[in-house]
Design a protein around this ligand. Structure first.
Ligand code: SF4
Length: 192
């Protein structure tokens, strides 16, 4: 067996430790930081309690208690959807964004840059591994919108082929719970 599973296990443990320490510094539990990090990256279809529970693999009860605490502390707020005021979304407040700034994910990315790692190639490999494992575990994959099988670009405008709605450019970089893997590698690459 290669050393890759062990290396991935060590990296995951190191990241978990960083999340625990950061959470402690802010008087929070690790799950609270994980929820904030998810909401910072979730698109307008996915900034919902049910999606948080699916993404993190935790109960709806834990999500609901955590959201109540984060809202009380002023790190998140409910806001109407930009395209449909009847929908309510969870959004980070400026205090929530400040709390995440300079966190473990930014430090890890900076380390990869400093090492000269081909981040795009590594990202593609790791994503393929993640999607494969999630599929075999029966989990929703979640993924970046512009790499989804339903993503369309027509006359320069981004559009979701599943909902038929147009997508603001910033939304195309976010995570979506309805994400579907492109059928072929060529289709995957074409969406870059
Ligand atoms: S194109 Fe895919 S990822 Fe993007 S909003 Fe539609 S379903 Fe979600």
């Amino acid at each position: 067996m290669s050393q890759l599973p062990l290396l991935l296990e060590r990296l995951a443990a190191l990241i978990q430790q960083s999340v625990r320490e950061e959470a402690l510094r802010h008087g929070l539990q690790p799950v609270h930081l994980q929820i904030l990090a998810y909401l910072a990256r979730a698109n307008r279809y996915s900034a919902l309690p049910i999606a948080i529970a699916e993404y993190l693999g935790i109960t709806r009860g834990t999500v609901s208690q955590s959201l109540a605490l984060l809202e009380r502390k002023g790190f998140i707020a409910k806001a109407p959807d930009e395209q449909d005021a009847r929908r309510v979304q969870l959004r980070l407040t400026p205090a929530g964004e400040t709390l995440l700034a300079g966190g473990w994910s930014e430090r890890l990315d900076a380390a990869l840059v400093a090492m000269g790692v081909d981040r795009e190639a590594l990202e593609t490999e790791l994503r393929a591994l993640l999607v494969g494992l999630q599929r075999s575990n029966g989990q929703r994959p979640f993924g970046i919108c512009r790499r989804c099988a339903h993503f369309l670009r027509q006359a320069g405008e981004a559009r979701c082929g599943l909902t038929g709605e147009s997508l603001a450019e910033a939304q195309t970089e976010k995570l979506c719970r309805e994400w579907t893997a492109p059928v072929t590698a060529a289709a995957w690459e074409a969406q870059d």
